[in-house]
Design a binder for this molecule. Structure first.
Ligand SMILES: [Zn+2]
Length: 714
């Protein structure tokens, strides 16, 4: 007799649980029928034996007249094959996300109710979110529990599969989130994940977790037990939180890693981004960028979600827009804080382009910078080298234009000047200019020394700008320049007096080598006394010769020329203050003279001269006297032009006449050399002259100040 069995089960007096899949319920019913092995049961019923064929099992169940409301939840809880993958609770999963071998269970769950749970086949779920323990695959004897074994209470070797475990809600966050998404647990929210599919959530969490939990390595490590949880923790907040998680990894593993750009810092993580779907890839890549940029640029603040929306542009593009050179873009962007050099290619915040353009217009020329700082233009480059100023170049491509300077940095320097301490007495302060000339420093060196506090300041003036305000402290009253020199040399002024020639003539004699080797320094020229005396003994100017012979200087020059005798120095028409100088022997030969006409022999004059020269040295040391007064008289010079005393002796009257002149003010004196009364009067005359000189100097200084004031205002 043929008995055709149409139903696998004769009884179904147990209910399926709300989270139970078809294959689990099927096994429980088979056990209820008295079977001990799924293999035998499947054989009897002509079902697939070698694998868990969920679709077939579900359909077999559905052929039974069971309560209809059972089928919907069973179908939902079962990973059913659909095309290349599975569908579980309405979510499509790729084939590799569902895994039947080895059979897994949570000992806590299975202790509470002896049935299978629909999510134990989702491979990425490695922990139970209810009991927060890892899912198990082996009984206490260490044996796997095969699908052919029907019991959910004991293993084939008799080990109890369950264990009483407390329930937790603070562990296995990834599984908790996923079970929420599947609808098995109360849903939790994770903004970055809520909008994407469950398979993407799984890939995303596993990728990020695998990256974060491992040190840098060339080869990507495999997914670990906690990878998905680590990834989920990084991804459960916003994009800023994700970047901060990556930043934590960077700090731990890459703090002293020298590498350009971003990719090199993240080992396998960067190239393997390609395995993520496009949208996720962009977010993770950007998180890498933010983390590296924030760390290398040294930002203290957290990365925020909004930082991900900031667009960056390549320097070249901005350079084209603003018509400046790319290097100028970099400098400007750095100055206003919108440059992030760590980023690859796109390094400047895109919406800062207008700000960069505006900032560019505020930059100062070198002239303006030097004016505001009150220092010579040459000093600017020293301030640049010392790091106080940045020079902005390339603002006019194709043209060689000077650099520009930041007004903020100029203000910073002015602030530094403001903050310099003022010490010591202001009485003897030197201007920076005087200080640097004395110490033979260039302006820039002085400026940098001042800012570094290496030069003590005793006063800050208010009516001038920047460095000009500063007066350098000196410990003693300024010493007058000391003219310590040997008796072997003399100054130009002394040589002029000795030769009774003008400054210009003396200078020509120096240049032409008539006065020997000259020691010339910027401060003074020293001439060999011997050379000057030798030259004076052999030469004189034409007017000195002329005076002694009662003719004019021109007559002497003309006569000498007619005789074919060239002067040593010649007055040139249009030339200023140049004497015509002849050799004494030439003049005496041409005129047939026995005695030198330039020498005035008078005992009274000699005596007067012996008295007046040392007196003058006491009261007016700046006057330089010739050793002897020539017949033509002589102007006795102060070293400063415009102040003079002209001495002239009249042998007939036996009187000496003196004209004092100091910048417009004149005074006449005369002494009768036939008497001895003039000694006291000489002192009086020098006191008058000294007063005239001082008043004239004050008048001149006042005039100079007035001229500067007008120039500044005009
Ligand atoms: Zn559990």
């Amino acid at each position: 007799m043929n008995f055709i069995q149409t139903l696998a089960f004769s009884r179904w007096d147990i209910d399926p649980a709300s989270d139970e899949p078809a294959h689990g319920f099927f096994m429980r019913l088979a056990e209820l029928e008295g079977s001990v092995s799924m293999r035998t049961f499947a054989n009897w019923n002509d079902l697939e034996v070698n694998r868990v064929a969920t679709n077939e099992l579900m359909e077999t169940l559905e052929r039974h007249p069971m309560p209809l409301e059972w089928f919907e939840p069973l179908r939902l809880n079962t990973p059913l094959r659909d095309g290349d993958g599975y569908v579980l609770r309405g979510h499509s999963l790729p084939y590799h996300h569902i895994r039947f071998a080895p059979r897994r269970w949570c000992p806590g769950c299975i202790h509470e109710a002896h049935h299978h749970r629909g999510w134990w086949e989702v491979e990425s779920i490695r922990h139970c979110p209810i009991h927060c323990v890892e899912l198990e695959t082996r009984d206490e004897g260490g044996m796997l529990v095969p699908w052919t074994w029907l019991s959910f209470e004991y293993s084939r070797d008799g080990f109890y599969l369950g264990r009483e475990l407390p329930r937790h809600d603070d562990g296995a966050p990834f599984a908790r989130y996923l079970l929420g998404r599947f609808g098995w647990l109360e849903p939790t929210s994770a903004p970055l994940l809520d909008a994407i599919s469950i398979p993407d959530v799984i890939d995303y969490c596993e990728f990020v977790g695998r990256f974060l939990e491992n040190p840098p390595s060339r080869k990507h490590p495999s997914v670990g037990t906690h990878s998905a949880d680590v990834g989920f923790e990084a991804l459960r907040g916003d994009r800023g939180d994700l970047a901060e998680a990556v930043r934590g990894w960077y700090r731990e593993h890459r703090n002293n890693h020298k590498a350009r750009g971003v990719a090199a810092h993240f080992s396998w993580g960067y190239p393997k981004l390609n395995f993520l779907p496009e949208s996720l890839r962009q977010t993770v890549r950007r998180a890498f960028h933010e983390a590296a940029a924030f760390e290398t640029e040294g930002y203290d603040r957290r990365v925020t979600d909004q930082d991900f929306d900031v667009e960056f542009m390549p320097q070249r593009e901005i350079a084209r827009k603003l018509n400046i050179e790319p290097r100028a873009v970099e400098l400007l962007a750095r100055q206003i804080g919108v440059l992030q050099k760590t980023r690859e290619r796109r390094t400047v915040v895109a919406d800062a382009v207008d700000t960069i353009a505006e900032y560019k217009e505020t930059l100062l020329t070198i002239q303006e910078t030097s004016r505001r700082l009150g220092i010579h233009q040459d000093a600017i480059r020293h301030l640049v080298h010392a790091g106080y100023l940045t020079v902005f170049r390339g603002l006019n491509p194709g043209r060689r234009a000077g650099g520009r300077y930041s007004p903020e940095q100029v203000d910073d320097i002015l602030g530094l000047i403001d903050g310099l301490p003022v010490t010591g007495s202001a009485a003897y302060g030197l201007t920076l200019h005087t200080y640097r000339t004395r110490n033979q420093l260039v302006p820039g060196e002085v400026a940098v020394k001042v800012l570094k506090g290496e030069i003590a300041i005793c006063e800050k003036r208010d009516n001038v700008l920047g460095f000009k305000r500063l007066m350098v402290r000196t410990d003693a009253k300024r010493k007058r320049q000391s003219f310590t020199r040997s008796d072997d040399t003399m100054t130009m002024g002394e040589a002029q007096a000795l030769l009774n020639m003008t400054y210009e003539t003396t200078q020509i004699l120096v240049k032409q080598g008539h006065l020997g080797v000259v020691d010339a320094s910027p401060r003074q020229v020293l001439i060999s006394r011997k050379a000057v005396e030798e030259f004076a003994a052999g030469h004189a100017k034409s007017s000195d010769f002329a005076h002694g012979m009662g003719v004019s200087g021109h007559a002497v020059s003309w006569t000498m020329k007619r005789e074919g005798i060239e002067p040593v120095v010649k007055f040139v028409k249009g030339g200023k203050h140049v004497d015509t100088v002849f050799k004494r022997v030439d003049v005496m030969r041409v005129y047939g003279l026995e005695a030198d006409p330039t020498v005035l022999e008078d005992a009274r004059l000699d005596r007067f001269w012996e008295i007046i020269v040392p007196e003058a040295a006491k009261i007016c040391p700046y006057l330089i006297f010739p050793p002897k007064l020539p017949p033509s008289g002589q102007r006795v010079w102060n070293s400063n032009r415009g102040l003079s005393a002209h001495f002239h002796f009249d042998p007939g009257l036996g009187e000496i006449h003196i004209n004092l002149s100091a910048r417009g003010e004149r005074n006449k004196f005369w002494f009768d050399l036939k008497t001895e009364d003039y000694i006291g009067a000489i002192k009086g005359m020098f006191k008058v002259f000294d007063r005239m000189v001082k008043e004239a100097t004050q008048r001149q200084n006042a005039k100079t100040r007035e001229w500067w004031r007008k120039r500044k205002e005009g």
